[in-house]
Design a protein around this ligand. Structure first.
Ligand code: LER
Ligand code: MN
Length: 269
């Protein structure tokens, strides 16, 4: 397993949930110094990344970009896959396609988190799910010939009312015959939504491509009551070789949070 850390630019929306919010050069240098293998880029749109700047830095510090996350696409303008407004769905799909093009450059996975959209009060689960699946199918079909995986992230009920548990995500993505659609569990959300974190990870392992790690209080792993030694042993036993990426509150400071996560997780790996 490899270690990642979620980062965004200084201009990122407050809702971008990352540890480092800084010049990408500074974040890459720090991530390398702390022992991370990769940086997850939280983006509003693909134009935020200047490859002429980023590529040499990644090469110099030996880091990968394993994931491009898309939460800000929803947070900024409410663009999402469940919207009853076709124009909003089309804009969300188009923004994700741009992120897929960028992901192809890095060989990164593209995350579908809050951009999946909520179930609106006037809407039904069935209609929302149908629109979500149509959009997901479109972006996965676009990503497939590029060799890019799309990872649907279950997010807890206090943030969104659709696809909360890993079980629910698994059941929904099985409805499409697309092997490049995966699931991206986040241990913080799983602690709220899943009956048993370890059991859900084992049951859904064939679809799990990437994992966000945070403790029960969303601090760096090791600061709450999740049993990370056990979670990591279970993942190892089922052959998981992907990323564990720290997506944690930047407490007490971004540097301290990032270093605590790296030190604690590296010792377990
Ligand atoms: C995104 O990865 C996530 O976990 C969300 O909770 C951010 O709001
Ligand atoms: Mn997450």
């Amino acid at each position: 397993m490899k270690l990642g850390i979620a980062i965004a630019s200084k201009e990122a929306l407050p809702s971008a949930f990352v540890v480092f919010r800084d010049d990408i050069e500074i974040s890459i240098k720090k991530a390398h110094a702390m022992g991370y293998d990769g940086v997850e880029l939280a983006l509003l749109d693909a134009s935020q990344i200047d490859l002429a700047t980023v590529d040499p830095l990644l090469q110099e510090f030996g880091l990968e970009v394993p994931m491009i996350s898309s939460g800000q696409v929803f947070a900024q303008g409410g663009l999402c896959f469940t919207s009853a407004d076709k124009d909003i769905r089309d804009q969300a799909v188009s923004r994700i396609k741009d992120l897929i093009d960028l992901a192809e450059h890095f060989g990164a996975i593209v995350n579908i988190g809050r951009v999946r959209g909520p179930i609106a009060p006037e809407d039904t689960y069935a209609d929302s799910e149908k629109r979500f699946l149509e959009s997901l199918d479109t972006v996965a079909a676009y990503a497939e010939p590029k060799g890019i995986l799309i990872a649907v992230e279950p997010v807890n009920r206090y943030e969104i009312n659709f696809i909360n548990s890993v079980d629910e995500a698994y059941t929904i993505v099985q409805k499409l015959d697309r092997p490049n659609i995966k699931i991206q569990p986040d241990t913080f959300h799983m602690n709220i939504e899943d009956r048993c974190i370890e059991a859900a990870l084992v049951e859904c392992i064939d679809r799990i491509a990437y994992i966000h790690v945070a403790d029960s209080n969303r601090w760096a792993p090791g600061n709450g009551h999740l049993n990370f030694p056990n979670i990591i042993n279970v993942l190892r036993s089922v052959g998981y070789e992907g990323y564990l990426t720290a997506e944690i509150l930047a407490y007490p400071t971004p540097d301290r949070a990032a270093q605590m996560a790296a030190t604690y997780l590296r010792a377990l790996l």
